[in-house]
Design a protein around this ligand. Structure first.
Ligand code: PGA
Length: 248
């Protein structure tokens, strides 16, 4: 595991040109805490405008299409996102797996497209509540990870985000011991998949991370940072999480 933590914000379908003032304030915090990697993924239509207004954080997308171009109405290729100013794309978010019916095979194809374009992927995995309650989360999530990596992917362009579905936007956070156990299992799966290079793939935790719980989560050895939804929308909420990472 690398020592630098990554604090990534996913604005989902929120934000506006006016909200870019928040991104500027977050950018200033990123400048103050140069030992922490900071990233923001706004809606695709805001990528270029955000990229023009920040200098210390990485701007990214919330999805990308697996194809380089063609008849895919409403989608964006990795190269298009890159040209707009995106350095990474979140892929396989549980909301897209649910809303758009994305399969792990789709996610693997997207990860491969990002690798080909030289862009970073933040690839999300995480179990539904019934799997957690039945006691099968470790096996379910590692299998989902393996299926989502079943393509030619550059591990140096890869970050994983473990986001239990029941913890996203609910205020309910996983137990610290459960987060550690899952991150250890994912780290092992990454070494099986990529050999030694798998050791350097960061695994973020996501799901209701906020200024009140970030320090405890980021202190866990196997946690390489956080993927933050709701609390990334304002500097008032997101900057304390960056500060917690700087202090971890
Ligand atoms: P949340 O979302 O922080 O609002 O729970 C996390 C995510 O979906 O990435």
């Amino acid at each position: 595991m690398t020592e630098r933590l990554l604090i990534a914000g996913n604005w989902k379908m929120n934000g506006s040109l006016a909200a870019l003032a928040e991104a500027e304030a977050i950018d200033q915090a990123a400048a103050r805490h140069a030992g922490v990697d900071v990233a923001l993924a706004p809606p695709a239509v805001l990528i270029a405008a955000m990229a023009a207004r920040v200098a210390h954080l990485a701007v990214g997308a919330q999805d990308c299409h697996a194809a380089a171009k063609g008849a895919h109405t409403g989608n964006h290729s990795a190269a298009m996102l890159s040209e707009a100013g995106a350095h990474f794309a979140i892929i396989g978010h549980s909301e897209r797996r649910a809303d758009q019916g994305e399969t792990s095979a789709d996610v693997a194809a997207k990860a491969a497209a990002l690798s080909t374009a030289g862009m970073q992927a933040i690839l999300c995995v995480g179990e539904p509540l019934e799997v957690r309650d039945a006691g099968g989360a470790l096996e379910w999530v590692t299998a989902q990870l393996e299926a989502s990596l079943a393509a030619v992917i550059d591990p140096q362009l890869l970050t994983i985000a473990y986001e239990p579905i029941w913890a996203i936007g609910t205020g309910r956070v996983a137990e610290l011991a459960d987060i550690s156990a899952m991150h250890d299992a994912l780290a092992e799966a990454l070494v099986i998949r990529f050999g030694d290079l798998g050791q350097d793939v960061r695994v973020l935790y996501g799901g209701s991370v906020n200024p009140g719980n970030a320090a405890d989560i980021l202190a866990l050895d196997a946690v390489g940072g956080a993927l933050v939804g709701g609390a990334s929308l304002t500097a008032a909420q997101f900057v304390p999480i960056i500060e917690a990472a700087a202090a971890a």
